[in-house]
Design a protein around this ligand. Sequence first.
Ligand SMILES: Cc1cc2nc3c(=O)[nH]c(=O)nc-3n(C[C@H](O)[C@H](O)[C@H](O)COP(=O)(O)OP(=O)(O)OC[C@H]3O[C@@H](n4cnc5c(N)ncnc54)[C@H](O)[C@@H]3O)c2cc1C
Length: 482
Amino acid sequence: MPEYGPHVHNVYDMPHDAEVVRHGLTEKKSYAEPSREIPVIREVDVVVVGGGPGGCAAAVSAARNGAKTVLLERYGHLGGMATGGLVNIIPNLADIYGSQGIGGFCQEFIDRVKARGGADYPPRESWGKPDAPLVAKYLKANMGHFYVRNNDKGEQVALYTAVIDPEVGKDELAVMAREAGAELLLHTWVVAPILEGNRVVGVLVENKAGRQALLAKVVIDATGDGDLLNFIPTETVEYMRPGSRIAQFGWVYWVCNVDLARFDAFMEGSPEQYRETVGKISAEGGSAFFCRGLLEHQKGVVWVHRLIGSLHQTEPEEMTYIDVNARHTAVKSWELMKKYMPGFEDSFIMLTAPQLGTSGGKRIVGEYYLTEEDMDLDEPYEDTIAIFPDNDRGESSLKHPRTFVPYRALLPKGIQGLLVACRAFSADGEFSEFFNLIPHCMCFGQAAGAAAAIAVKKGIEVRDVPYGELKEALLKGGAILP
Ligand SMILES: Cc1cc2nc3c(=O)[nH]c(=O)nc-3n(C[C@H](O)[C@H](O)[C@H](O)COP(=O)(O)OP(=O)(O)OC[C@H]3O[C@@H](n4cnc5c(N)ncnc54)[C@H](O)[C@@H]3O)c2cc1C
């Protein structure tokens, strides 16, 4: 079986810090914006800001639980990084021993996409099992990181991880929102929360219709980056360990029309020549790294995930630099692959991710702050909203295969009317490193949406939602809880 060795690895760094020109940060002048009347376009129960994994789950869950809900999204599609970022792998749904931890909205979404031929995952009987052909398939696809782990006997086992077709995913999320009765407003940037004292009562948006306001009893920040937190007097943190997974941009693209049989014949039949070719591509400024698309209907499609270390993932100058330069090296890599690598002769770049990949961002220090120690706790909290299979921490994962998350991790301190249901949930950098992925954010969203609806129905604060009622709503929505 062909295996990728250290000669074909991803480029984790594009040294760039010194090259980014930061005009924005050196300009000292300011401008006093005149106050003006803004039209209020909606008065609803729940406004969800951001249509990524967290926001879609939140909007569907709030609407299904009876709240009049609007979902706001800056782009023209739903799914956030999971679709527009082309990071369409939904991992760690079961632990290394095969026990499922994440169900609910996430499982429903995967099932619905699968029913349309747009998703794939290993059969249930193989989860946590040393299924050699399956393990070999994922290793050959360069997807071992998502699909293969060593169990306590040292055997390589297959994980329950799903892959989705991003286009089917975008459509299915819109279908789910529509069926649930949540209103969608796309192409709409949320620019600030509306605050009355320490209460969030709505948001200001900008779109082609200008600047407008939406009022809501509960606002859910699902922007990924925690955009609303920039304006809210609550404690936040941004620390990311340099070199960690969350301290990086991702620039993703797909190349199609690749003759993988020809590529395999070259790699297996002429290993020395293959290594030389990889070296030549690298020496000329490209990279031969790729993963194989795992969907049956995407034969001949390969994925390239360029990962670039950064501690400034919301800084526009740096985002611009990364987009321009990563695009240049992406096209250059493809040109070199086309020129030198057998199998790539007729290939072309079919898609570059419409959204630049951000992994970190601002986070709340909420009513419960999850830290490294919480990953080793084996007891659930009294307000547990999700069980996360813990597969990425080596020996520690074998000892502590599940991590629990309390509802309090979605509640910012000292603020009413706001829940956070995205990467910006309350956790330190080490906890986020492992648990801010697509399935996790979907769990946050499902819980936040249900809690918001209960709070509105009962006329109480979101922080006072009785856990028993929240648990009941989550179980009704298919969530797996202790
Ligand atoms: C390179 C890379 C690879 C990754 N690979 C995986 C993987 O394989 N599997 C996995 O599970 N996770 C992966 N992740 C992590 C995962 O994609 C994110 O953590 C996850 O998508 C977070 O979901 P979210 O809902 O918090 O935010 P996002 O997915 O970022 O969604 C936020 C949404 O809010 C919208 N939005 C933001 N600001 C505003 C605003 N002001 N107004 C209106 N709308 C706004 C955005 O457009 C977006 O749609 C990867 C991340 C990166 C960068």
